[in-house]
Every structure is written in C-alpha cells, then in structure tokens.
Design a protein around this ligand. Structure first.
Ligand SMILES: Cc1ncc(COP(=O)(O)O)c(C=O)c1O
Length: 457
C-alpha cells in the first residue's frame, strides 16, 4: 500500500466540488485519485480501482499514454501558447481543424474551438443567434431540447439541459428555451414500439414549433444521439435521422451534441455516423483530448459559416472567442488522441466489447432490482427498481444508486450513479472483455451488498 494519506491535503472547505452535495463531502472528505494506468486508477489510500466511467466519460484512450504526454511536452516546449484572436493561429490547431472536418459528417466544414462542452454549447447558441440576426431572420429565437437532455452548465446551456436539478435556484430555463419529452422507452410517454417513439417525437417537435408561433420563431432543435447524464437513454434505430429530417422540413437548425458520444464511444467515430446523419452544427469535447487537456469545439455547416463571413459588415469582427480558443497544447494532445483512435481502432473495440458489456448486464437481470438494461457501444446503464414487473421506482430518499456506487467503490469499481436509481458504465475504449467481466463481477457484488444493507435497515 502506498502511504500517501498524510502527504495530501483534504481542502474540503476551500475546494468547491461540482455536482456534489457539498455538506456531505465536507463531512466525508473528498475521494482523491492519485494515479492511473490503462483502465485502472489508484486512490490515495493505495486502492486500485477499475474505472468503469473513464473519468467523466472522457478518458477514451485510457490512462498513462506516454505518446500523448510527449506530444504535450513537445508542444509546451516549442510554443506553449498562441492567441487565435485577430487572425493569429498555431500549427496544431490548424491541423486539428482540418482533421476534424475530414473525420466528421460531410455537412460540417468549419471548426470553432472552445475549452470544453459547456462553452461549446454556449458558443453554438450564440452562433445560431448571430446567424439568424445577420441573415435578416431576427425573430427565429426559440430553441427546443429534450427532457432529460444534458447540454452543460453555462448560463444559457443549463437552461437547454432538460434536468430539473440544473434549473432549480438558477432561474432557468430562459424564456426562449423549451423541451419535448425524451424518447425514453422504459418510461415512455410515446408508446413502446420504435415507430410510436419516433412518430411521437416528431409530432411533439411539430406541436412545440406550432405552439411557439411556427418556424419563423424557432431557431433550432438540440439533442444528444444517446442521452448521457439523463440516464444513458438510447433512442430507437432511425430516431436521429428522423429528427434530422423533421428539422429540415420545419426549417429549423438541427444541432447534435456529441460531447459524450463523439470519438468512438458508441462504436462509430461519431454517433451520427450510424445513420449517416448530417447536422447543421455539432458540439464535441471530452474524447477529443481524452481528458488529457481541456478542449471542446463547435463544428459548423458551410452555410452558417459563410453567413458569418459575408453577411456581417466588413469592418466588424466576429466578436466571440476565448483566450484559449485553439490552445496549441490541447490541439497537439487532440491530434495524438486522433492517431490512437485510428491506429487502435477504438470505435470498433467499443462496438465489440460494448456488445459483451451489454450481454453481461443483461445476465444481471436475474437480480430483482434490475428493471432496465440499455446501451450502445461502451455507453451503458442499468435502472434499478423496487418492482421489476410494475417498474415501480424505489422510494425517493432511499439513495439506492448512491449506495450501489459506494459498494462498487469498496469492491474496486468506479461507476456513475444518476438520478432515478440509474447506474452508468462508460469505461475507457481500450477496455478488454476480461476487464469488463471483472467490472460486471464487482458490480454484481456491489448490488448484492447494497441489497443486504438496505434489507437490514
Ligand atoms: C452531452 C453533453 N454536452 C455538454 C456537456 C458539458 O461539457 P463540459 O462538462 O466539458 O462543460 C456534457 C458534459 O458531460 C455533456 O455530456
């Protein structure tokens, strides 16, 4: 065992944790990770854990990839920073933009770099507004998302997010932000067949656009190809393409948020590739740099970009951007990650090992707590219920998924506990079937231990 416990700070009051019950972490202290290798991380007590969530579904290439570290080191030594304002640029960022255009759906021809997913969504909202204003359609202001969707936490993006805990006490959503029900099959408002869910979603979108005054008032529809933080909710096959077509018919922009699904997670480089969907805009982050360095981006269609070039008076700049837009070190890291995705065929591994993971989770259904199993590639979840037959949820406040998460940690596995007793798995894309078997074994043990503790309470 490493004896690092006394050499590391606790800082429970000074460090404000995101998405954490702050009183709880003040009492318990933070969970401090100190090292990682492959699909495993080590905490400061020396405990080795299988990382079943790839950090925050981002460390797609796994930990300890020296070639990525070396790419960052070289770039940092050569040129650690270059502004992208006022026409400046740097080589890695230019090369990365080229690569992203080559690899992403055909409709996307230009790249605006951000620092992560939230500012990619926020930049998208601003670009859309700007686009319709400069093309003399200033009334196209409303945006529509899905309930249970997650689009980050910026002041505007958090309102587009369809999760109530992101709205409460933040005075969100904003008046121009609206939601339609998710395609959530297990608790569907649309019905249970693929056709009912797809047609129901299209009808709901059309009805929402009509309610807002028609297409002339609505700018865009946003969605994730698989809803992530809402509980890993996988739409029926054909849903994404159908929504894309519906948006084209409605004359509103179709924005795909691939912050989680991008870079191989669902078994294709982009989830849009499954149905050859060509969005007007796409947001990416996480897997772009595999979490080794912060970076996100908005990918834009040529039509939108050309309007920014041509329809703005010549003496006006595009007055949006960040000090770290196109950061050279992050761009060098991203280029090294792209090489790894391609060389090691990680999207393919996600497809193959993801199918193994899903099969293993299906086998856990014998446990009466498991109500639903779902996933695509290495993006999966189980939904825990009080009654498998009726799908009745557990009493709120029992904290079942948090208890399972805790027991999983004690058994050497990191999983994510979502609201509504959903447990998520999204391991690094380098994960092997053997690693997955170990994860499943530890998860089964954790659920068993949680059940014993709850039954005894
Ligand atoms: C789909 C989606 N969009 C946007 C974001 C926000 O990204 P970030 O946390 O990098 O700001 C996330 C983060 O999980 C996400 O899952």
């Amino acid at each position: 065992m490493l004896d690092l416990a006394n050499s590391l700070p606790n800082a429970t009051h000074q460090f404000v944790h995101p998405f954490t019950q702050l009183a709880e972490v003040e009492a318990s202290g933070p969970t401090v990770l100190v090292a990682g290798e492959g699909v495993r991380v080590t905490d400061r007590d020396g405990r080795e854990l299988l990382d079943g969530f790839a950090g925050l579904w981002c460390v797609n290439i796994g930990y300890g990839r020296i070639e990525v570290v070396e790419a960052a080191r070289q770039q940092m030594s050569k040129l650690p920073y270059a502004s992208s304002f006022f026409g400046f640029a740097n080589e890695p960022a230019l090369r990365l933009a080229e690569e992203l255009v080559r690899l992403s759906p055909e409709s996307l021809q230009h790249v605006f770099f951000t620092l992560g997913g939230s500012d990619a969504v926020d930049s998208t909202l601003k670009i859309i507004r700007y686009f319709f204003n400069v093309t003399s359609r200033p009334e196209k202001k409303h945006v529509i998302g899905l309930e249970r969707g997650y689009h980050g936490v910026s002041s505007a993006g958090a309102g587009l997010t369809g999760l109530s805990n992101c709205h409460l006490f933040f005075d969100l959503p904003l008046p121009y932000q609206h939601h339609i029900p998710s395609h959530y099959r297990y608790r569907s408002t649309y019905g249970s067949t693929d056709a009912e869910i797809i047609n129901g979603s299209i009808d709901a979108l059309q009805a929402k656009v009509a309610e807002l005054g028609g297409s002339s008032k609505v700018a865009a529809f946003f969605c994730e190809p698989v809803q992530g933080s809402g509980g890993v909710i996988v739409p029926p096959e054909g849903w994404l393409a159908a929504m894309r077509d519906a948006c084209a018919k409605l004359d509103i922009l179709f924005v795909v948020d691939e912050v989680i699904t991008g870079f191989g997670r669902t078994g294709q480089l982009f989830a849009c590739d499954w149905e050859r969907v060509e969005p007007d805009l796409m947001t990416i982050a996480k897997g772009l740099t595999s979490g080794y360095s912060p970076m996100g981006a908005v990918l834009l269609s040529d039509e939108i970009y050309r309007a920014l070039v041509k329809q703005v008076p010549r003496d006006l700049p595009f007055a949006h951007g960040f000090t770290y837009t196109g950061h050279p070190v992050s761009a060098a890291v991203a280029l090294a990650c792209l090489e790894i995705y391609e060389r090691e065929q990680l999207p393919e591994n996600a497809k193959v090992v993801g199918a193994h993971l899903l099969k293993g989770l299906e086998a856990l259904r014998e446990n009466p707590w498991i109500g639903d199993v779902r996933g695509k590639g290495l993006l999966a979840a189980i939904e825990l219920v009080a009654n498998q037959k009726t799908r009745a949820p557990f009493e709120p406040g029992l904290g079942v998924s948090q208890l399972v998460r805790k027991k999983a940690y004690e058994n050497g596995l990191i999983v994510r506990a979502f609201a509504d007793n959903i447990i998520g798995l999204a391991p690094p894309l380098i994960v092997s079937e053997d690693d997955v078997d170990q994860m499943l074994e530890r998860l089964a043990r954790a659920i068993h231990a949680a059940k014993i503790e709850l039954d005894a309470a």
